[in-house]
Design a protein around this ligand. Structure first.
Ligand SMILES: Nc1ncnc2c1ncn2[C@@H]1O[C@H](COP(=O)(O)OP(=O)(O)O)[C@@H](O)[C@H]1O
Ligand SMILES: [Mg+2]
Length: 275
């Protein structure tokens, strides 16, 4: 990414969001890339974002997008989302009599951390699921319980990447991500989960769901430097939104010809507009 920026005369350097030595006002633009450690201290992260001049994506978008409760809003706007039960901190939860597979994850999360998959037909999994919700609740976190979308095991997850272009936010490329969840979560910290990524062509149906998703972003999609829409086929084969990533998306630039140049061009356009 630094190469395509340098080729356009843009000097860029990686800095860490919570490094107190960084002088944010010294930069014409700050681009969020991989602040993957914010989940346990999201309030601090959002407050930081609000202090940074010229942050991409903007701080109000970061605030809205770092809590997956935005999915309820999107669902109300007609975007196909996973049916989700929300468990607030301090609330108790019992698995239903149902025997299907479920996903338990925190509403504020990144990188599949603290995310587990449970087969409710298995008594041990039922106990582990209760323990997982209790662990998140005790940490003051909101928990999401969703049916496991089994099509991810075969079709994978499709991420559609959008970058700011001349016509506003434009589709750039797509990738396939293999399934991430193998079983229960045991609350072990910081385990990096390897991702299996391959290039993929987005279908017209997926692009339509992505466009509908992006239209719901507060302030509209054209303020965004980048966006990623993650879809998994539902039981009827139609795409379902799993996550809208506007804060810390891996952009998989190496998986598509020209993608890094497109992002560099988008950044250059921002800079010439700001200064
Ligand atoms: N309902 C679900 N069905 C199947 N897989 C899921 C479901 N929810 C999450 N996953 C898997 O867990 C991963 C991480 O969940 P996600 O909601 O994207 O949160 P994060 O912000 O941690 O990326 C996804 O990439 C997907 O592989
Ligand atoms: Mg994700």
């Amino acid at each position: 990414m630094l190469g395509p920026l340098a080729a356009r005369g843009v000097t860029a350097e990686p800095v860490v969001w919570d490094d107190p030595a960084v002088e944010w006002t010294a930069y014409d633009l700050a681009v969020l890339r991989s602040p993957w450690d914010y989940a346990p201290r999201r309030d601090e992260f959002v407050a930081w974002a609000q202090r940074v001049p010229n942050l991409a994506n903007p701080a109000d978008v970061v605030r809205w997008n770092t809590d997956k409760r935005y999915l309820d809003e999107l669902s109300a706007a007609g975007v196909p989302t996973v049916p989700t039960a929300w468990v607030g901190p301090g609330e108790s939860w019992e698995p239903s009599a149902d025997s299907g597979e479920y996903v338990i994850k925190p509403a504020v999360s990144a990188g599949s951390q603290d995310t587990g998959r449970y087969d409710l037909a298995d008594p041990e999994h039922r106990e582990l699921a209760v323990a997982h919700v209790r662990r998140l609740s005790a940490a003051g976190r909101v928990t999401m319980v969703q049916p496991y979308l089994a099509a991810v095991d075969t079709a994978g997850e499709t991420a559609l990447l959008f970058l700011a272009g001349e016509q506003g936010l434009e589709f750039s490329h797509a990738i396939r991500k293999g399934p991430m969840l193998t079983g229960p979560d045991f609350g072990v910290d910081g385990l990096y989960r390897p991702e299996e990524i391959t290039a993929r062509t987005g279908t017209l149906e997926q692009l339509a769901v992505a466009r509908k998703t992006l239209a719901t972003v507060p302030g509209g999609p054209d303020r965004l430097l980048y966006a990623r829409v993650d879809l998994i086929p539902g039981p009827d084969g139609q795409s379902i939104l799993v996550e809208l990533e506007l804060t810390e998306p891996s952009l998989f630039l190496a998986h598509a010809a020209g993608a890094a140049d497109r992002l560099a061009e988008a950044i250059l356009t921002r800079l010439t507009r700001e200064t």
